[in-house]
Design a protein. Structure first.
Length: 102
């Protein structure tokens, strides 16, 4: 099945502590049905010093969100469902609210 949400898409968070916030998708984890969104669902990780990071300490990073908790943002910045259609023999994604190609 084709992916409705891809890396680089602008998405809106629908539920949770970051409800209403928008951000770009940094990574998609299709086997786990999860996405990582830039600047959303921030968590703190306590890291031990290593050669790559000799300082160590408490680092902030994005945790993943379930796909059902995010929706693609349309041209107006509102949450939209994604549909598929053929344009010039090519399968494209479009926002159901505005009809614009994503």
């Amino acid at each position: 099945m084709a992916a409705k949400i891809k890396k680089g898409d602008r998405v809106v968070v629908l539920t949770g502590k970051d409800k209403g916030r928008t951000g770009n998708v940094l990574r998609v984890l299709p086997t786990e049905n999860r996405v990582v969104v830039e600047g959303v669902n921030m968590v703190q990780r306590h890291t031990r010093p290593s050669q790559a990071d000799p300082q160590g300490g408490i680092k902030n990073k994005e945790a993943s969100l379930h796909l059902s908790n995010v929706a693609v943002a349309d041209a107006n910045g509102k949450a939209s469902r994604v549909g598929f259609r053929d344009e010039d023999g090519k399968k494209v994604r479009f926002a159901k609210t505005t009809g614009d190609v994503i």
